[in-house]
Write a protein that binds this ligand. Structure first.
Ligand SMILES: Cc1ncc(COP(=O)(O)O)c(C=O)c1O
Length: 372
């Protein structure tokens, strides 16, 4: 079989991105220029929020979010172990102790009951992640946070365009939230992130912190607080402006690709597909994760698929088992649902123009790999 390998992910880049990047290059204004502001305004308008502050990654947006919530040494923040490592690292950057709680076996998001049980005297907040583009149980987390006087930070890096159980877009509920634009995300700027502030004063602080602690009206070498260089370049912002303009189409294409997969993979015995949306909730398709049967040789299956030109990835590992969290005492067996899901999950090639033939090819290769 000499078929071309399928990509694992594929950004949707076209002439508009090229035109706007050239416009920035020719303007000579490569950072902190008008394109950066335009990206923030277009993104905020698309999302339906008052303001949005760009950063140079989702991770740096998370870091600023932790600081904006005032979380620091001595504080504990409850989070899911079934996420990308940055959701936990951002707490460690500020000396905050991550307190993991197990996930819901269907949504794969932080289980509100488990999160509530993990709250202690030092808990300052909860950091739910909208994993695999599916909104966390936000009404529940808001209730818990209000009852207990806790802060919330929404890691919506994987969920741009997701709709939650109350029909609201991820990142728009009024608590701090962040997005990420690495090249495998729904929309990309190559590297990049966005943080949604709660009010104008917070937006001003975030813009200062991402820019070395300078206030908007300050000279280049004046700084009135501790800051970072978390600025997004205007070249990246130009790509972002073009991506936001076609975001609805990108999201619709990904939803169509997911339904093609559901049709073909639904016939592969033994694997579990992502659950159907419930009520008003709508997943925003980030990756296409499937769960293998208990005891399946995932590494062997990934190898066999790779030989057939089908890249697949063990996705996601449970993060409490990484060394920086083990150092805090986390071990295997503490979060059995997350660990079980992490051991059996796998992401398949996924992109908006996935064809029927691609999906059929993946389904048939997976069927043979499972029975080999
Ligand atoms: C859930 C989650 N949070 C945070 C990030 C970090 O984003 P970035 O890679 O842009 O730093 C990612 C990136 O994949 C993610 O999936």
């Amino acid at each position: 079989m000499n078929e071309e390998p399928l990509p694992l992910a594929k950004p949707v880049i076209g002439e508009e991105e090229e035109r706007l990047v050239l416009e920035v290059l020719r303007s000579g204004h490569l950072s902190l220029g008008p394109m950066g502001r335009r990206f923030e305004e277009d993104f905020a308008a698309w999302l339906g929020v008052d303001d949005a502050v760009s950063t140079n990654s989702g991770t740096t947006a998370l870091h600023l979010g932790v600081r904006a919530n005032g979380w620091g040494p001595g504080d504990e923040v409850v989070l899911t172990p079934f996420t990308f490592v940055a959701s936990g690292n951002c707490l460690l950057y500020e000396g905050v102790k991550p307190v993991f709680a197990d996930i819901d076996p269907v949504s794969l998001n932080l289980d509100p009951a488990a999160a509530e049980a993990a709250i202690g005297d030092n808990t300052a907040g909860i950091l739910p992640v909208d994993i695999f583009g599916s909104s966390a149980a936000w009404p529940e987390f808001e209730r818990i946070a209000a009852d207990r006087g806790l802060g919330l930070l929404e890691d919506s890096a994987q969920a741009l365009g997701a709709i939650d159980e109350e029909g609201r877009k991820a990142g728009t509920r009024g608590h701090l939230s962040i997005f990420a634009f690495y090249a495998n995300k729904q929309m990309t700027t190559g590297e990049g992130g966005m943080i949604i502030p709660r009010n104008p004063a917070e937006a001003e602080t975030l813009r200062s912190e991402r820019n070395q602690g300078r206030a908007v009206d300050m000279n280049w070498l004046d700084h009135d607080r501790l800051g970072f260089n978390y600025r997004l370049s205007d070249i990246a912002a130009a790509v972002g402006v073009a991506q936001v303009a076609k975001l609805d189409r990108i999201l619709a294409d990904r939803a169509r690709a997911a339904s093609i997969y559901a049709e073909h993979l639904g016939e592969v015995e033994g694997i579990e597909l992502p659950p159907a949306d419930q009520g008003k909730a709508r997943r925003s398709w980030f990756v296409y994760p499937v769960r293998l049967p208990e005891g399946a040789d995932r590494d062997g299956i990934i190898r066999t698929l790779g030989e057939a030109g089908i890249p697949a990835k063990a996705y996601l590992p449970a993060i409490h088992l990484f060394p920086q969290f083990r150092e805090l005492g986390y071990r295997e067996g503490q979060f059995p649902i997350a660990e079980g899901v992490a051991a059996r999950s796998m992401a398949l090639p996924f992109y908006g123009d996935l064809s029927d033939a691609d999906a059929e090819r993946v389904a048939s290769a997976l069927r043979s790999a499972l029975t080999a």
